[in-house]
Write a protein that binds this ligand. Structure first.
Ligand SMILES: [Zn+2]
Length: 245
């Protein structure tokens, strides 16, 4: 199985610059990878791929609700929503599925900075405590004040995958949102029976996600999460399905 997975990763990354980590969910073993140097040590802001962890912090404090205002500017950075119009108000699961920046900015701005920092730290992401409201929002959106390597993000998503079987109904919107993101959102290229999330920043493009057996993180130095990183993940998940038939 690892040989065919490694082959799929190498094939999917042909002509692309970036790094990939594929782990087994049950034991965390590294099953396949691309560019081990970057996979382990190159840290970059994860963009919207961090939103499941932001949502986890939000869900600890209650049931967050907000409207999508479509436009968002923080510190002079335009961070407008790119998702199609949706019925309002957005639930937590919808906001994650649509990757609604406006919703996450509105809800996260009320979080205690310490709480978000603790959530990110527990997930193994590199972060500090945000000192201003703008810094808190940028951190919640994965744009600034938080970084990770592809391996660290794969490990963080592995914890999400493992926690899915725990009886913690307050976190159900995270899994609903990740499933919907792949069914009808930006992560659609990751393929069937996958839960995951894309991220696109000035630094690069991400996809992180899992099926019932493997978890992976894809980081590309160029392009977007939806058009670049998610299709790489789709090829790897397809190879896993073909090998486990
Ligand atoms: Zn929105």
């Amino acid at each position: 199985m690892p040989a065919s997975l490694q082959h799929a990763v190498t094939r999917a990354m042909k002509g692309r610059d970036g790094a990939v980590a594929v782990l087994g969910i049950s034991d965390g073993a590294l099953l396949a990878r691309h560019r081990p140097d970057f996979m382990k040590s190159s840290e970059a802001p994860p963009g919207s791929a961090v939103k499941p962890f932001t949502l986890k912090a939000l869900l600890r404090t209650g049931v967050p609700t907000a409207l999508c205002r479509r436009t968002l500017t923080i510190n002079g950075q335009r961070l407008d929503c790119s998702h199609p119009p949706a019925s309002e108000p957005l639930t937590a699961a919808d906001a994650l599925a649509l990757s609604c920046n406006s919703w996450f900015a509105a809800t996260a701005s009320k979080l205690l900075p310490d709480l978000l920092w603790r959530e990110f730290n527990a997930a193994g992401l590199t972060a500090g405590v945000a000192r201003t409201r703008d810094a808190l929002i940028l951190q919640a959106l994965g744009i600034g004040g938080v970084q990770c390597s592809p391996l660290a993000l794969a490990r963080a998503y592995r914890r999400l995958a493992l926690d899915q079987s725990k009886p913690e109904p307050q976190f159900a919107p995270i899994y609903e949102g990740l499933a919907e993101s792949v069914k009808r959102g930006a992560s659609i290229a990751a393929g069937p029976a996958v839960l995951g999330k894309t991220g696109t920043t000035r630094d690069g493009a991400w996809f992180a996600g899992f099926n019932n057996a493997i978890v992976l993180a894809v980081y590309l130095f160029h392009g977007t999460g939806g058009a670049g990183a998610a299709p790489v993940a789709g090829e790897v998940f397809a190879a896993w399905r073909a090998a486990s038939r």
